[in-house]
Design a binder for this molecule. Sequence first.
Ligand code: GLN
Length: 199
Amino acid sequence: TPVVGVLALQGDVREHLVALAASDAVARPVRRPEELAEIDGLVIPGGESTTISKLAHLFGLMEPLRARVRDGLPVYGTCAGLIMLADKILDPRSGQETIGGIDMIVRRNAFGRQNESFEAAVDVRGVEGEPVEGVFIRAPWVESVGAEVEVLAEYEGHIVAVRQGDALATSFHPELTGDHRIHALFVDMVRARGASGSL
Ligand code: GLN
């Protein structure tokens, strides 16, 4: 059974732990650099990307996170987590840094004030059956992607789910619905990586 961590600095950590446990993974919070060595995959939750960035520095996690992701640790980011996985933010707050790992440029709070939070059915490539119920909360969208990035979903012409290698990201929050298909997809990615002999 793969061990999947949830970066537990800020954000909706508990909901991800529950969704992962329901998807056949051993789920555990990660706060210290040492804990990064003990996981086969990592989820970066939604919350506030500027705060997560600040706390990652404060806890000495930023460089270890970058190193693990560079080495191919499977990662999944939702919303603020998607922003953390972007190689570039279009409109970063001063000092805001990312872990990176996905060759994309993201726009924070992209869906705008009148529509800061909403739900919409989203068709996600690789997820069988009904569309996913996308919960968008002050969500980013992906402005552009590099050649290595696979676009998994768009909403109203904007990219809201992507994958590059073993890095997955969504603008929306599957952990807030009872539907664990995207977490199951991620756990499958973690398992596949393990089967290729790297665990
Ligand atoms: N707007 C937040 C940010 O920029 C993301 C919101 C969320 O994670 N729900 O980090």
